[in-house]
Design a binder for this molecule. Structure first.
Ligand SMILES: Nc1ncnc2c1ncn2[C@@H]1O[C@H](COP(=O)(O)OP(=O)(O)OP(=O)(O)O)[C@@H](O)[C@H]1O
Ligand SMILES: [Mg+2]
Length: 245
């Protein structure tokens, strides 16, 4: 069975979809067969981040309601990397097992499945969590986002997630030094979630979301994704000391 991880946050816009795409690319680059499931019904964007919107003929509701096969819906993004697209129209309270039944039926084909959840603690998150064993909770280093991460981690535990880990995204050392943002220690303390990694603020992430082009391998964000992906796979990878200053 694939290692199935839901990517969640309390507050919106903290980088869940960006990290899902980045971690997926990192896992695929390491030779792991990886599936990304966009679970943000009505507001999904993974197709945009990979520049593949035109190829989204079907989505997971079509598979669930047997309008197409699994193969019809899946998009082969890159070597070792696939996307299961999301319905483009808003589907509130879609069937509880729409995602989990897909993972149960087809999950064995993959080494890693990353589920990009909608922001918040609503029914969409619960449906995404039902399909996963583990979670990464994303927070930016500010008070509002960190409180959201604390709340979401509690809910995920109630929903049966066995292990939740924190990613601090958009880390900016200059702002931390000027005490304009939380340092990593404060984010961990206030979410009460164990850290799995830190992703730096990287201006080119925003432009790559417009062009659909990959960031360079030398980019600090891409290197951070690769380290976090290895930790998700169970490897011991030390945290860069500069994140802990
Ligand atoms: N490390 C980063 N450095 C710079 N910009 C970033 C970083 N991570 C994410 N962003 C930018 O932040 C914005 C929000 O990112 P994203 O859409 O991934 O968030 P999200 O949590 O999925 O949002 P939503 O809750 O709406 O689904 C995007 O413009 C993205 O390019
Ligand atoms: Mg998103």
């Amino acid at each position: 069975m694939a290692n199935t991880v839901v990517v969640a946050s309390g507050k919106g816009g903290v980088g869940k979809s960006t990290l899902t795409a980045g971690l997926g690319r990192a896992a695929a680059a390491a030779g792991k067969k990886t599936l990304l499931i966009d679970c943000d019904a009505g507001l999904g964007c993974l197709d945009i981040l990979f520049g593949r919107t035109a190829d989204c003929a079907f989505n997971w509701m079509d598979v669930y309601e047997e309008r197409c096969t699994c193969e019809d819906a899946l998009i082969h993004l890159e070597q070792h990397l696939w996307l299961l697209p999301v319905p483009r129209t808003l589907v509130i309270d879609f069937p509880e097992d729409a995602i989990s039944s897909f993972v149960e039926k087809y999950g064995e084909d993959y080494d890693l499945i990353l589920i990009d959840a909608p922001a918040g603690i609503g029914s969409g998150l619960k449906r995404a969590a039902k399909a996963a064993q583990r979670a990464v909770v994303v927070a930016t280093p500010d008070a509002v986002s960190v409180r959201g991460a604390w709340a979401v981690a509690r809910l995920l535990t109630q929903e049966g997630i066995k292990e939740a880990r924190l990613i601090v995204n958009r880390f900016d050392y200059k702002a931390v030094r000027k005490k304009k943002l939380f340092n990593v220690d404060s984010a961990v303390d206030q979410t009460a979630v164990q850290l799995i990694g830190v992703v730096p603020e990287e201006e080119k992430i925003i432009t790559s979301s417009v062009t659909g082009k990959q960031l360079k391998k030398s980019s600090s964000a891409v290197r951070a994704f690769a380290r976090i992906e290895r930790r998700i796979a169970g490897e011991q990878v030390t945290l860069k000391a500069s994140y802990l200053k």
